[in-house]
Write a protein that binds this ligand. Structure first.
Ligand code: BTN
Length: 322
């Protein structure tokens, strides 16, 4: 309903919409409209409420629509096509569908809210309305399916660079692709692909970032495991500027990777990772391994030597300090 209400206010921007007209269009009571307007105002919308006239949208906050992005975009391909939704179940499914219908590499799907966001390992991902970034980028790399985990690491490097440039914060990468500030998660990356034997035909690179959520919003959702960029930076972050910087860093690092292979990117990843040369506990589908991480393999797998001196190459696991 919030999305529909925003749409109606945007369509009528600069003019008043009566509470009665809004309640009719939305099929809810005028009190329900008033409550939603109040929530929107708390989320940074500037809405004028005048008795007998209704509500007038004056300014939307910190948007990530195509026209917001255009101000900052410096890429040749990535983000040149944008599909924006105020609210979707998940941007991943929208991007898969677009790719099936022939969307080109670099087409990006952005949403202000996801109602069934997907995380790694079958988990869900919560995207707060208007304060986070939920994006899915369509890639058509001429790579083998087993190279795709490397692509996730490339994305992590691009994200750290973009976040550091826009916010001046220092961020760390936790293997394989979590981005943390002071040990708290700020970004999640999810790569999904359609492949055929020997070729990863389409990769959907999903990126979720906690940008402008307040501590209260995060505490409720993430039980102190996560933070947001605005909490850490002590200021509101321009989401469109950040998305544009991410697309810029992704484009050139992806091209570098596809042209020259993983070796340069591996060095960049290791320089930013807190998962190297540490005692770690790794939860895998085959059980728990405790040992010391030695680095990542050329394929991007994490190499752990356990206390008996046995080396394990992990392709998928949850890791924590031991
Ligand atoms: C993780 O578990 O850390 C990965 C989270 C990935 C979340 C992003 S948000 C945009 C895209 N759409 C989704 O449903 N998931 C990814």
């Amino acid at each position: 309903m919030k999305t529909k209400l925003v749409q109606l206010l945007v369509e009528n921007q600069g003019k008043y919409s009566s509470g009665e007209a809004l309640s009719q269009s939305l099929g809810v009571s005028r009190t329900a409209v008033w409550k939603q307007i109040d929530i929107l105002k708390k989320n940074g919308y500037q809405i004028d409420s005048a008795p007998k006239k209704g509500y007038k949208l004056i300014k939307r906050p910190n948007g990530i629509q195509e026209y917001d992005l255009d101000l900052f975009l410096q890429t040749k391909r990535f983000g040149q096509k944008v599909t924006y939704h105020a609210s979707v179940p998940t941007t991943q499914s929208v991007a898969h569908k677009l790719a099936e219908n022939g969307a080109s590499e670099g087409h990006v799907v952005l949403a202000d809210e996801q109602t069934s966001g997907r995380g790694r390992l079958g988990r869900s991902w919560h995207s707060a309305f208007g304060t986070s970034i939920s994006m899915s980028l369509i890639l058509r790399p001429l790579l083998e399916p087993q190279q795709i985990p490397q692509l996730t690491l490339v994305a992590a490097v691009a994200l750290t660079r973009a976040i550091e440039k826009v916010t001046k914060l220092e961020v760390d990468i936790k293997w394989p692709n979590d981005i943390l500030i002071n040990g708290k998660k700020i970004v999640g990356i999810l790569t999904e692909m359609h492949s055929e034997p020997g070729l990863a035909k389409v990769v959907i690179l999903g990126i979720g970032i906690n940008v402008n959520q307040s501590a209260l919003e995060l505490t409720q959702d993430d039980r102190n495991q996560a933070t947001s960029l605005s909490i850490e930076a002590g200021m509101e972050i321009n989401r469109a500027k950040l998305v544009a910087q991410i697309l810029y860093e992704l484009e050139w690092l992806y091209d570098l990777y596809v042209e020259n292979g993983f070796s340069e990117l591996k060095v960049m990843w290791e320089a930013r990772s807190i998962s190297i040369r540490k005692r770690l506990k790794a939860q895998t589908i085959n059980g728990t391994i405790i040992g010391t991480s030695k680095g990542i393999s050329p394929e991007g797998a994490l190499l752990i030597e356990d206390d008996a001196g046995v080396e394990h190459l992990l392709y998928s696991a949850d890791i924590d300090q031991a």
